[in-house]
Design a protein around this ligand. Sequence first.
Ligand code: UDP
Length: 235
Amino acid sequence: MAVKRSDGRAFDEVREMSAKVGVIPNADGSALFAFGNTIAIAAVYGPRQLHPQHMQNPLKGYLRVNYDLMSFSVYDRKRPGPSRRSSEISKVTEWALSPAIYLEQFPNSVIDVQIYILQADAGTRTAGINAASMALAHAGIPMKSLVCSVAIGKLDQDLIVDLTKEEEDFEEGEGATDFPVAVLANTNEFSLLQMDGKLPPERLNEVLELALKVTPKIFEVQKNALKACVGGKDE
Ligand code: UDP
């Protein structure tokens, strides 16, 4: 590891994580998940009948995700309302979470997941997926697994985990590559692989191995928050 991380973390160390469920009492399920200064909240409503009716699928339910940054979550105020970026992240979050849910148990229905980023310092889609996965479990939605997500990064030649915004903007050597992944914790199946930047194909396995090294730590944090709630110890 030649690149030194500005916050002193080891290359395979995620930022300090915090997680809590039940943060939005009106929702059927809700959770907060933070990687350092990146804070995501998720609320789940449903399953409920999907409207308009022509969108209903008699074979399975539909997981509908809406992701957005709060205007105050970033230094330069984010214009409220949907954007190409929020549409893309909503869609990939649907794809990352859907394989973990027994959607065939909910024909003609929709499960709505709203994800808002309270504060952003890169890794918002990954924090959002972690929060949403916990919120779905908190809502009692039948799931094969929790979903754990983290961004792997390449700064010049070095692989790291959980990039900050400063690290995403790294420009020396080959610059920065951001590789967000999501993993079904029970089976280690990948449900999201994205890449912004460049990576030689022969290094792909290194990225996936690094991801599988850190996702169990995320899983522990998610499980502990869910257990604290179930045990009535939510604080
Ligand atoms: N960002 C910002 N304003 C925006 C969109 C993004 O300041 O309108 C910042 C924010 O810190 C975000 C980071 O850029 O976390 C990286 O965004 P990206 O699209 O790569 O997704 P993310 O890493 O958050 O999943």
